[in-house]
Write a protein that binds this ligand. Structure first.
Ligand SMILES: *Cc1c(COP(=O)(O)O)cnc(C)c1O
Length: 401
C-alpha cells in the first residue's frame, strides 16, 4: 500500500469521481420507445401502464393489492390517514426525515423509539415501551435490512394497533423466504432515483387489506371516489404513465441486481476485514437485503478518524459518501418541540458512527476494490490525515476527533 491520501499530497483514488449511487436504467432505447407510445396514446395518467406496474409488483411481492403513488412519502401519508393515526405513532428516529414527516402530515406525532444495536432497525422492546395508547407503529427496513417483523407484529397485536412499514429501501428484500411487502398492515416502497428500483419519482403501497387499498386508491385521487363527493381530503398522489413506464422497466432484473449488490458488499467487507474501528450493520442470516446503501460504522478512537472526518477525506479522493442518518430525525429543527419520551442511546451511537459509501448494482469489482483500498489507506495514515483536516478547518474547534 504505497499510495498516499490526497490530503497528504497523493493522487486521488478516483480522479473521475465515484458517485454515491447510480440508477439502474438499462436498455434506454426500449424505454424511450415505450414512453413514445404512452405519449402517442394521449393518456398520461390513470392509464394501463400504472395498472400493469401494480399487477407486476403484486405478483412479485405475493400480496393482494399494490397501489402506485407519486412517492413513498405520499404513500405513507395516505396509509397513516387511512388507519386514523392522528395521535402518537411509534417510529425510529434513525431514519430518513420523510418517515416522520409523513406522520406529521397525516395529523399524528412521532413517538421516537430506539433501534437494535446489531441491525439498526426498530427495536421491538423499545417499540413495545411506547405502543400502549399509541395509534400505530411505523418501522423502517433500513438500508434494505428486514426488520424483526415477527416480534414487531406481536407488539402491534398486543397493543391492537396497525403496524406500517416504511419499506422505501426494501423492494427486493426478503425475510427468510418471504418478500418484504406482505408484512404488517401495509408496506410502502419508494421508486425515487437513489433506490434499487427507480421510476424517476414514485412509490408503491403494498397490502393484503382490500379496504385499505381502496381507501389509498381514492386518497391518491384527491379523495374522490368517482362521484366528486369526497369522504375525506385526499391528495394528488397519482403516478403518471410515464413514471410507471420507467418503473416497469426498472423492475426487470431486480433479483439479479440485489444478488450483485450483496456480492459487492461481501467483497468490501472481506477486503477490509480486521480494519480497526470499522464494523457493519447486521442482516439476519437467511434474510436478503437490497443493500440500498453500503453502510459502515466508524469508531473514531479505533479507526483514527471519525465518520465525518473519513467522509471529508474520501471526498478529496473523489469518493462521495453520506451520513445516513445523521442527525437523527429527533435532532432536526422540525422536531425540536417533540423531544424523545425515552432515551435513544443506540440511535445516538449509530448516528455518531455511520457513513454510507458508494454502491450501485452495475459497479465493477475494480471500482469496489479501489474504494476499499482508499478506506484502508486513510486508516493507515489516520494520524497525519486527522492533523491535516484540523489544520484545514483552521479554528481548533473542528468536529474531527
Ligand atoms: C427515500 C426515502 C423515503 C421517501 O421516498 P420518496 O419516494 O422520495 O418520497 C422515505 N423513507 C426512507 C427511509 C427513504 O429513504
Amino acid at each position: 500500500m504505497t499510495r498516499r491520501p490526497v490530503i497528504l499530497g497523493g493522487d486521488p483514488a478516483f480522479p473521475e469521481g465515484l458517485p454515491l449511487a447510480r440508477p439502474a436504467i438499462q436498455d434506454v432505447p426500449s424505454i424511450a420507445r415505450a414512453l413514445e407510445s404512452v405519449l402517442a396514446s394521449g393518456m398520461l395518467t390513470n392509464g394501463p401502464v400504472v395498472r400493469r406496474l401494480e399487477e407486476a409488483a403484486a405478483a412479485y411481492l405475493g400480496v393482494r393489492d399494490v397501489v402506485a403513488v407519486s412517492s413513498c412519502t405520499a404513500g405513507l401519508m395516505l396509509v397513516l390517514q387511512a388507519v386514523n393515526a392522528q395521535g402518537r405513532v411509534v417510529v425510529p428516529s434513525f431514519t430518513f426525515s420523510a418517515t416522520a414527516h409523513a406522520i406529521r402530515w397525516a395529523g399524528g406525532q412521532p413517538d421516537w423509539a430506539d433501534i437494535d444495536s446489531e441491525t439498526l432497525t426498530l427495536d421491538p422492546a423499545s417499540a413495545a415501551a411506547g405502543a400502549a395508547g399509541a395509534d400505530a407503529i411505523m418501522a423502517v427496513h433500513l438500508y434494505g435490512t428486514p426488520c424483526a417483523v415477527e416480534s414487531l407484529q406481536s407488539q402491534a397485536d398486543a397493543a391492537r394497533i396497525p403496524l406500517v412499514y416504511d419499506a422505501a429501501h426494501a423492494l427486493g428484500s426478503r425475510r427468510r423466504q418471504r418478500a418484504i411487502g406482505g408484512f404488517g398492515t401495509a408496506e410502502v416502497f419508494s421508486l425515487s432515483p437513489t433506490k434499487v428500483v427507480v421510476a424517476g419519482e414514485g412509490g408503491l403501497v403494498a397490502t393484503n387489506d382490500d379496504g385499505l387499498a381502496e381507501t389509498v386508491r381514492i386518497g391518491r385521487d384527491y379523495g374522490n371516489p368517482g362521484d366528486y363527493d369526497c369522504p375525506f381530503p385526499g391528495l394528488n398522489a397519482r403516478m403518471s404513465e410515464l413514471h410507471a413506464t420507467i418503473g416497469l422497466a426498472s423492475f426487470r432484473g431486480l433479483d439479479a441486481r440485489v444478488s450483485r449488490r450483496t456480492e459487492l458488499v461481501e467483497r468490501f467487507r472481506s477486503t477490509v476485514r480486521g480494519l480497526p474501528g470499522c464494523t457493519f450493520p447486521a442482516v439476519d442470516p437467511g434474510d436478503v437485503s437490497t443493500f440500498k446503501d453500503m453502510t459502515v460504522l466508524i469508531d473514531g478512537g479505533a479507526f483514527g478518524l471519525g465518520a465525518a472526518a473519513l467522509g471529508v477525506a474520501l471526498r478529496r479522493e473523489g469518493i462521495d459518501s453520506r451520513r445516513y442518518y445523521h442527525p437523527p430525525v429527533h435532532r432536526q429543527r422540525a422536531y425540536t418541540r417533540e423531544p424523545p419520551r425515552r432515551p435513544l442511546p443506540v440511535t445516538e451511537d449509530a448516528a455518531a458512527r455511520v457513513l454510507c459509501l458508494p454502491l450501485w448494482s452495475h459497479m465493477r469489482d475494480e471500482q469496489l476494490d479501489r474504494l476499499a483500498e482508499a478506506v484502508m489507506i486513510l486508516h493507515a495514515h489516520a494520524e497525519p490525515v486527522a492533523r491535516a483536516l484540523r489544520d484545514a478547518s483552521g479554528d481548533g474547534a473542528s468536529p474531527w476527533p
